[in-house]
Design a protein around this ligand. Structure first.
Ligand SMILES: Cc1cc2nc3c(=O)[nH]c(=O)nc-3n(C[C@H](O)[C@H](O)[C@H](O)COP(=O)(O)OP(=O)(O)OC[C@H]3O[C@@H](n4cnc5c(N)ncnc54)[C@H](O)[C@@H]3O)c2cc1C
Length: 470
C-alpha cells in the first residue's frame, strides 16, 4: 500500500463518475492547475442524480432540484458557467383525512402547528420560540458542523452521535419536528428517529433554516427568496461545468488494478470518426484514482476493482434508503408548485407532489415517496393514481412519453452508533491510501452543496498543497 502526501500537478488523475462529486473534484483540480484529469462516466449523460428533462422548452428536475442560501460554492460555480436560478413560489401542504377519502390544502404553517390526526396543537409563539432557539444552537455549532471535514471528527462529540429526534427532544425542540419531516423524511433521509443528528444539522444550517421559517417580505428583500431552482434544470448546471473539463461518457470500466507503478484502468467506450461508430478497448495508467461513485460492493464489482480491507469495511457497513419518484402528465389545478403531505401518511404512499412552471401551462407532475418493504413499482404507481383521483386530477394517457418511474437506492449513510465509533475517521484515513481518493455521497451528507464543499476540501488538502511545476 502506498500513501501519498503531496501531488505534482502534472499527475494523471482518473475520476470515476460524472455526478456533482466527480465534476466538482475535476473542476477544483483544474482551478488548482491540474490538467491531466479525466472523468470517466458509465452513462451517456452528465450529472448523476441531478437529472433534468426538457419538454416544450421548459426543464423539469427528476432528481436534485433545490439550492438554498447555504449553497455558496455551488452558486459560485453556477455563476462562472452561466447557469441561472429562479425562486420557487411558497409551498402549501396536503392534509389527507384519516379515512383517505378527502383532503384539504393547508398552509405549511398550519400543518406544522396543528395535527388533525392526534388533535395536538402548538401555538405559533411556541413554534417561533423553538425556531429562534434552534437557530441559536445551530449557530453555536457552526464551527463543528459547517467545517468541510466535520464528519471526520464528529465521534469526538458523542452527544451529537444520536438520532435526530432524541437530539430535538433533549434540546426541547420537539415543536419543530413536523417542520423537519418535510425536508428530511419526505425528501428521502429517513424518519427523525432514524437519521443521525450530524446529517440533519448539516442539512438544516442557519442559512437554510432561517429563510424556511422567517423568509417573508423585507427578509426576502434583503437575503433573496429561497430556495431556488436552476432555470434550465440542475443537470444543465453540471453539463455546463463538464464543457470545461475532460469528460468521457459511456465508458465501461472492466478492470482497475492499483500497483506501485500507478492505477491501471481497462475500459471500453464508443468512439466516432465522422460517420463510423466503433467500440474501442483501451488500457491506461493513471497516477491517482478518485472514486466519485457510490461505495457499494456492486460498484466495486462493476469496476473490476478488488476492494482493500478498509474499503471492504465501508462496503459492509454503509446503509441506503430506497426512494422513488413517479411522474405523470396530469390535468389538475395545484394550489402551489410543491405540496408535502402532512401529517405524513404511511410509507409507500405519495409524500410530496411537485409541479414546476405551472403558470406556463405545465401539467407534468411528480410524486415522491419512500417505498415500503417489498412494494413493487406497480403498487407505488397505484398509490399515485389513487392520490391523483383524490386531488381531482386526470392522468393524460395520450402523454405516455411523460410518465416516468424511478426507484433508486438513495442516501449513503451510517447509523448514529457507527458514527460514534468513528466510521468517518476511518474513511478520512483511507484518503490517498492505495493511490485512491473518495468524494461524493458516502463521504458527506447527500446533498449537492456539502458534496461540492467536500470535493474542494479534498483537492486543497491532498492535491493543491502538492509539488507545483514552475
Ligand atoms: C429525487 C432527488 C431529489 C434530490 N434533491 C436535491 C436537492 O433538492 N438539492 C440537493 O442539493 N441535492 C438533492 N438531491 C441529492 C443530490 O442529487 C445528490 O446528493 C448528488 O447528486 C450526489 O452526487 P454524487 O456525485 O455523489 O453521486 P451521483 O449523483 O449518484 O453521481 C454518481 C455518478 O457515478 C456514476 N457511476 C456509478 N457507477 C459507475 C461506474 N461503474 N463507472 C463509471 N461511472 C459510474 C453514475 O452514473 C453517476 O453519474 C436529490 C436527489 C434525488 C435523487
Amino acid at each position: 500500500m502506498t500513501r501519498i502526501d503531496a501531488v505534482d500537478c502534472h499527475a494523471t488523475i482518473a475520476v470515476i463518475g460524472a455526478g456533482p462529486a466527480g465534476l466538482s473534484t475535476a473542476w477544483f483540480l483544474s482551478k488548482n492547475g491540474f490538467h491531466n484529469v479525466t472523468v470517466l462516466e458509465k452513462l451517456g449523460q452528465i450529472g448523476g442524480l441531478c437529472k433534468s428533462l426538457t419538454v416544450d422548452g421548459m426543464s423539469y428536475d427528476l432528481g436534485a432540484n433545490y439550492v438554498t442560501w447555504a449553497y455558496q460554492e455551488t452558486l459560485e460555480i453556477a455563476e462562472e458557467v452561466g447557469a441561472t436560478t429562479y425562486a420557487e413560489e411558497p409551498y402549501t401542504s396536503i392534509d389527507i383525512a384519516p379515512d383517505g377519502n378527502s383532503f384539504t390544502y393547508r398552509s405549511l404553517m398550519e400543518a406544522v402547528l396543528n395535527d388533525p390526526y392526534t388533535k395536538s396543537t402548538i401555538s405559533v409563539w411556541t413554534f417561533l420560540w423553538a425556531a429562534v432557539r434552534y437557530l441559536y444552537i445551530r449557530w453555536q455549532l457552526s464551527g463543528v458542523i459547517d467545517a468541510p471535514d466535520y464528519l471526520d471528527k464528529i465521534h469526538e462529540r458523542p452527544e451529537l452521535c444520536v438520532d435526530f429526534k432524541s437530539w430535538l427532544a433533549k434540546q426541547d425542540l420537539m415543536p419543530l419536528a413536523t417542520l423537519f419531516q418535510f425536508p428530511i423524511t419526505i425528501m428521502g433521509y429517513g424518519q427523525l428517529d432514524d437519521i443521525a443528528t450530524p446529517y440533519a444539522l448539516r442539512y438544516m444550517s442557519v442559512r437554510t433554516f432561517f429563510p424556511m421559517v422567517f423568509g417573508l417580505g423585507p427578509v426576502n428583500w434583503i437575503i433573496g427568496s429561497w430556495p431556488r431552482r436552476f432555470t434550465d434544470g440542475f443537470q444543465r448546471l453540471w453539463e455546463r461545468v463538464s464543457w470545461r473539463l475532460n469528460v468521457r461518457l459511456n465508458v465501461n470500466i472492466t478492470k482497475i488494478e492499483r500497483t506501485a507503478a500507478g492505477v491501471r484502468i481497462d475500459m471500453e467506450y464508443p468512439e466516432q470518426d465522422l460517420n463510423d461508430l466503433k467500440i474501442v478497448k483501451d488500457s491506461k495508467l493513471y497516477d491517482y484514482l478518485v472514486l466519485a461513485c457510490p461505495l457499494t460492493k456492486d460498484v466495486f464489482t462493476q469496476l473490476g476493482l478488488a476492494p482493500n480491507d478498509a474499503e471492504q469495511k465501508v462496503n459492509h457497513e454503509i446503509k441506503f434508503n430506497p426512494y422513488c419518484i413517479t411522474t405523470f402528465w396530469i390535468d389538475m389545478t395545484m394550489k402551489a408548485p410543491v405540496a408535502p403531505v402532512l401529517p405524513l401518511t404511511e410509507q409507500g404512499t405519495p409524500w410530496a407532489v411537485a409541479r414546476q412552471f405551472q403558470d406556463s401551462g405545465n401539467m407534468f407532475t411528480q410524486f415522491y415517496t419512500r417505498p415500503r418493504d417489498k412494494q413493487t413499482g406497480d403498487e407505488a404507481i397505484a398509490e399515485v393514481k389513487r392520490l391523483t383521483k383524490l386531488l381531482g386530477g386526470t392522468i393524460d394517457t395520450s402523454q405516455p412519453r411523460w410518465h416516468t418511474f424511478d426507484e433508486f437506492t438513495y442516501f449513503q449513510h451510517f447509523t448514529p452508533d457507527q458514527i460514534k465509533t468513528g466510521i468517518y475517521a476511518d474513511l478520512a484515513r483511507m484518503q490517498g491510501a492505495d493511490r485512491t481518493f473518495y468524494v461524493g455521497g458516502a463521504t458527506d451528507f447527500e446533498l449537492v452543496e456539502p458534496i461540492v464543499v467536500y470535493s474542494k476540501y479534498i483537492v486543497e488538502k491532498h492535491f493543491a498543497g502538492g509539488v507545483r511545476a514552475a
